[in-house]
Ligand binder design. Sequence first.
Ligand SMILES: [Zn+2]
Length: 210
Amino acid sequence: MDPIVLEYMREVLKTAQEMSRKGLVVGSSGNCSARVQDTGMVVITPTSIEYELMLFEDMCIVNMDGEQLEGRYAPSIEINMHLQVYRGRPDVGGIVHTHQTMATAVGVTGEGIPPILEEQVFSIFGGVELAKYALPGTKELAENAVQALANRNACLLAHHGVLAVGPKLRDALLNAEIVERAAAVYIFSREIGEPRIVPFMESGSEAGSS
Ligand SMILES: [Zn+2]
């Protein structure tokens, strides 16, 4: 196999295990992927394998139509969500889908996270919108997520978790962590007062939103 593809496979495995170590996922939940530059291929984690047991050779390779090219297990059931994002966002090279607790807690209230932190606005490009609920692995969830994501770098999935993207997979993981911090700050600040949005976002138009 092309050594560049092998490098992407290593990166996807490393990021998946990092998601688990950082407590952003539980068991085999969540998934991550990377677009292999200029090849039309995507490397994605397999479905239903616990992160500690996941091996390099378990990584799945699919094309942009979702057809599996490599891998002994089926790709993550959220493969369509990943492919839909890659199709609509040429700037995205990596995607993580997590079940992180604080952000999920905000999502179950039926709202997103307003643009309250500088780092959030600089990295996510604004507030973190909430995608409408749909069952995991469905086309509907993929569509709702793409809509909530728009041209920002993260969105919440109702009653489920977070989708975070970036130019590279490591940026996507960092963005998921920034969402978790923003969610925690949002929850804590609501305990003691009324959270305010970042002053330069107050003019009405969110940075990066269309
Ligand atoms: Zn999930």
